[in-house]
Design a protein around this ligand. Structure first.
Ligand code: PGA
Length: 240
């Protein structure tokens, strides 16, 4: 039996909100049986707050303030109603060269600002082919756990194999479960059973039910399918 109720997060990336996103029956609204979190672009955070969504930011800088043109701090995000923040999404690691250490600083800053960090980890296709998937994921995770002094009580982990993001190539349910169980085995014993580990990478209505049925998959971080209201609704339905 699942001990953790599902979290279904919509990572909207650099896209405008889909038509009908704020309708009274929109699937992006809070749901009694799953926690729905929307990660809009920064300019849409306030509109999502007015719509009373549960909101996360796609990025927050570790420093509280300073000469960091174009960036936004965790405390600024908190003051605009963000309760969650993605840390280390693979697109940030790739395009902004974020290191594991910089990501660990973001996680700490988020916790200090009262925001729950969602740490994104996952290997590239080459790393998997070379048999290094577990090693890469372990380093990404343990750099952050060490920074949290082995007390990850406010952390959510998102396993997102880079080779499965945005291209329709999902990890099989077995592949995903195997890595989720490995990640869980690395979590300090006190937090192992209560920590959410969600999956991301081409989650769709056609694979959501099989993935969420796995014992260590506690929800999803959904990109492309969160831009289509009917697809996002089907993913939530699969998680009920
Ligand atoms: P995707 O994106 O669902 O389009 O693969 C997931 C993500 O990048 O978080």
């Amino acid at each position: 039996m699942k001990k953790r109720h599902p979290i279904i997060a919509a990572n909207r990336k650099m896209h405008a909100p889909p038509t009908g996103w704020d309708a009274p029956d929109s699937p992006f609204r809070m749901h009694p049986e799953v926690d729905v979190i929307v990660f809009p672009s920064s300019v849409d955070i306030d509109t999502c707050q007015r719509a009373e969504y549960s909101i996360g930011a796609q990025y927050g800088r570790a420093e509280k303030e300073g000469a960091f043109t174009g960036d936004i701090s965790m405390s600024m995000l908190a003051s605009h109603g963000c309760s969650f923040v993605l840390c280390g999404h693979s697109e940030r690691r790739q395009h902004h060269h974020e290191s594991n250490e910089a990501i660990a600083s973001q996680v700490l800053a988020a916790s200090d600002a009262g925001i729950t960090p969602i740490l994104c980890i996952g290997e590239t296709a080459d790393e998997r082919e070379m048999g290094k998937a577990e090693e890469v994921v372990k380093t990404q995770l343990l750099t952050v756990i060490d920074a949290l002094h082995s007390k990850p009580e406010t952390l959510i982990v998102a396993y997102e194999p880079v080779w499965a993001i945005g291209n329709g190539k999902t990890a099989s349910a077995d592949e995903a479960q195997e890595m989720h169980a490995f990640i869980r085995s690395l979590i300090p014993a006190d937090f192992r059973e209560t920590l959410w580990i969600i999956y991301g990478g081409s989650v769709k209505p056609t694979n959501a039910a099989e993935l969420i049925a796995q014992p260590d998959i506690d929800g999803f971080l959904v990109g492309a399918s969160s831009l289509k209201i009917d697809e996002f609704q089907s993913i939530i339905t699969a998680a009920l």
